[in-house]
Design a protein around this ligand. Structure first.
Ligand SMILES: Nc1ncnc2c1ncn2[C@@H]1O[C@H](COP(=O)(O)OP(=O)(O)O)[C@@H](O)[C@H]1O
Ligand SMILES: [Mg+2]
Length: 279
């Protein structure tokens, strides 16, 4: 079913906004993306989220049962064949011919899942074969799918990539020409070190805009000092409150959006969504 965007972007646009979330493990990328994706869908946007974390937390936290996960990595050769890259062609994710709409639909229908909340989820999966050593060839697959989607008329409004720590994904250039990097951090020195690192990498590969999300904030007064420490303007920094309910929701395999929809955490993530919608 086709959903028209109801606000934010002009309706005539076929522009697809590509967003990536980066930051140290455990800072809250998956929690925030899952919530953001659902809020954007509630606003009428078509959202495809891509889980590039080998542990596949994003898909499961959006309600896709583990048994139903059809990962790209598990179907590497079919995906490459259908999208015109050839099963054993170069590993950079470049197609040698353009896939037609039918082939693309087969990939979308075969390897993405629609959650009960109508977020479309694609899962990269783990290392595709023993000895592959790194996730590079899986990242190339994700690149291949995104570039095939981009060339068609029926693109989603948003693609949001959950990128584990981010460095590998940024290093492999998956996010080159992305519109937005959501740099998720906590106010701890180590999380901020990773934030600085991914901001630099994203800047180097040409990501157009970056905003910083400081998660698990105990005191909102600490936010300006995080902005200062990261060298970014305070109005580019979005706090998300610390709330034990997020953790409780996690333990019950639920999302904070269902568990505590009126919480400060949700109010804060809504502000991020508004900022994304208004460009
Ligand atoms: N705002 C928050 N307040 C309290 N706990 C949080 C918050 N955001 C995330 N968490 C908890 O932090 C842990 C890591 O979150 P997760 O989203 O999986 O991080 P990442 O994807 O960056 O590794 C989870 O246990 C989650 O419940
Ligand atoms: Mg995660």
């Amino acid at each position: 079913m086709h959903v028209e965007p109801v606000r934010g972007l002009p309706e005539w646009t076929t522009i697809m906004i590509k967003v990536i979330a980066t930051g140290k493990g455990g800072v809250g990328k998956t929690t925030i993306i899952a919530t953001l994706a659902r809020l954007l869908v509630q606003d009428g946007y078509r959202v495809l989220v891509i889980d590039t974390d080998p542990s596949m937390n994003l898909a499961t936290s959006l309600g896709v049962p583990f048994e139903r996960l059809a990962t790209l990595a598990d179907h590497r050769d079919e995906v490459r064949e259908k999208l015109g890259a050839g099963a054993h062609a170069d590993d950079e994710g470049h197609a040698h011919r353009q896939a037609d709409q039918h082939e693309l639909d087969e990939v979308i229908n075969g390897y993405t899942m629609l959650t009960p909340d109508r977020v479309r989820v694609m899962v990269m999966g783990t290392i595709p074969y023993g000895g592959a050593g790194c996730i590079c060839s899986s990242i190339s697959l994700v690149k291949l799918v995104i570039s095939a989607i981009e060339k068609k008329d029926t693109t989603p409004d948003f693609i949001i990539v959950d990128s584990q720590a981010g460095s590998e994904v940024l290093g492999r250039g998956l996010a080159a020409d992305y519109d937005l990097n959501l740099v998720v951090t906590e106010s701890t020195p180590r999380a901020m070190d990773v934030a600085r690192h991914v901001m630099k990498l994203a800047g180097d590969i040409g990501v157009k805009k970056q905003i910083v999300i400081v998660n698990k904030v105990e005191e909102f007064s600490e936010v300006p000092s995080v902005a200062k420490a990261l060298g970014v303007a305070p109005d580019n920094v979005y706090p998300v409150a610390s709330d034990r309910k997020v953790y409780e929701a996690d333990r019950q395999a639920r999302l904070i959006l269902d568990f505590a929809p009126e919480s400060m955490v949700i109010t804060n993530i809504r502000s991020i969504k508004d900022a994304i919608e208004s460009g």
